[in-house]
Design a protein. Sequence first.
Length: 133
Amino acid sequence: PDEMLIWIPVNSSSFVPELVNPGDRIKFIVPIYEDRPVPAGGDGSPTAVPARHFVETKSIGPFRVGSLGSRLASRDVARAHRLSSSQERLIGIVISEKNEEEQVYLADLQKFALSRDYRDIGVALLGPEKSGL
């Protein structure tokens, strides 16, 4: 058991869950913001309040999908077995405890997810891995 499944909540409007299946590879897309001072009001007060300004996006990954909510197989298989899927905005990613690169990606993703709102997290579906090229 050198793998673990970690669930990451994402913006359900940022991807189409029906097109993502366990076993697929994804990256998470996160916005990077910085706080900039903005004058407090129209009364001429010199006090500034911080405001969040978008700077750029960052992709974190790749990760292998282990589940989408309660769905552990493709949507077609789940439908054939009349399994209902729920909570597909929770993506379970498989992390190998022996893969240092995945550990770094996970730490970066968790840092973002814990310090920001999960609704900011998007998903990019990657093509299949190429082997032997």
